[in-house]
Write a protein that binds this ligand. Sequence first.
Ligand SMILES: [Zn+2]
Length: 78
Amino acid sequence: MNCVMCKSGTLVESVTNHVVSLKDTIIIVKGVPCSECDQCGEKFYDDAVADQLEKIVRQITETTFTEIAVVAYSKDVA
Ligand SMILES: [Zn+2]
């Protein structure tokens, strides 16, 4: 599968840290599985991973009020 950004790179499986900046909070989700382009370094998430990231971020914004939250990526957040 080729990279949609640079069209020439190859996507390889990787893990990354996903950072979300909200108005009052910065959320860092560590160890997120992704595909990374070996040419331009662009990272892509599967739909399932992107959905899960949304759930994780939503849960944090509803339950914590810290300025910086660091969590490990988990498939278990409902
Ligand atoms: Zn690329």
